[in-house]
Ligand binder design. Sequence first.
Ligand SMILES: Nc1ncnc2c1ncn2[C@@H]1O[C@H](COP(=O)(O)OP(=O)(O)OP(=O)(O)O)[C@@H](O)[C@H]1O
Ligand SMILES: O=P(O)(O)OC[C@@]1(O)O[C@H](CO)[C@@H](O)[C@@H]1O
Length: 306
Amino acid sequence: MIYTLTLNPAVDYIVRISDFELGRLHRSESDLKYPGGKGINVSWVLNRLGQDNVAFGFLGGFTGRFIEDSLAAEDIRADFVPIDGDTRLNIKLKTFEETEINGQSPQISAAHMEALKQKLELLQEGDILVLAGSIPETVSSGTYHDIVHTLTAKGIRCCVDTNGDALHEALRAQPFFIKPNHHELAELYNVPIVSLEQAAFYGKKLQTDYDVSHVLVSMASRGALYIHEEQVVHIESPHGKLVNSVGAGDSTVAGFLAKYEKTNDPQKAAIYAVAAGSASAFSEGFCTKADVDHYSSIMHSERINI
Ligand SMILES: Nc1ncnc2c1ncn2[C@@H]1O[C@H](COP(=O)(O)OP(=O)(O)OP(=O)(O)O)[C@@H](O)[C@H]1O
Ligand SMILES: O=P(O)(O)OC[C@@]1(O)O[C@H](CO)[C@@H](O)[C@@H]1O
């Protein structure tokens, strides 16, 4: 079974204003509310791709109820720890470019963390847990590390998609799969990464430095680099019009896991991952399975020597 963990969910409030100017009153041309947070997005896309899964995390208040109802309406299984505060609201402002304002997390107490740990104890050998997104301010940045360390010892495959200290610490627990984008990879090694060759070099270094089985470095419109065993492969993204990049990276994670669970073929999974990321980037909400199947059937990948 695949499980996702979102310690810091959000309602994503997506607002479009074409002639935005600071300091003026605007009326939005369209606004949409989506249940968000990286792990929840992974659950949503897994479900779209026909992959059963369960979403874990913390939810509270009116925003938390919105997320719970939205997941239930899509038949996505959820088992969240209830908290007292409101789950955050994240503003995604679409003007001539995209600007994001992610809200403050609610308080998470030691009792809430304990309740979550009890749920995670039920996972079994062979299960997959996706730990995705930021860690709330009141929770230790070493939390992903501790969960990955404990669950990996029980034969549970942990996939991590986060950044900063949380990513750095989680890597020390040897996750099964990670998906940094090239900015997060650059931050990890404190170097600029502009070219594909630089991303390939540092992606390979990351895999060997931390002994991670599967590394997918996403590079937005340039697709992704997949690093596994001795191989580095570049998967080009299909062509299309960018509509909404929020959640494209999460779709990539879901695409990889959905295909990997079905075929056990990591190369096919990596292509499917990029197809899912791009299909979501080309849609208002998330990708459909039909689009992902179509794109993955026409895409190219190429080995890179470093
Ligand atoms: N402009 C684009 N054109 C085509 N594909 C795209 C574009 N932007 C994103 N993608 C697809 O989405 C995947 C993930 O994108 P990106 O590298 O931006 O991840 P991310 O930074 O984690 O995304 P986010 O945080 O917005 O969810 C890419 O590998 C690619 O497949
Ligand atoms: O603040 P975090 O947890 O790093 O990111 C949260 C977030 O920006 O990531 C998702 C897209 O990947 C959105 O649904 C959500 O608003």
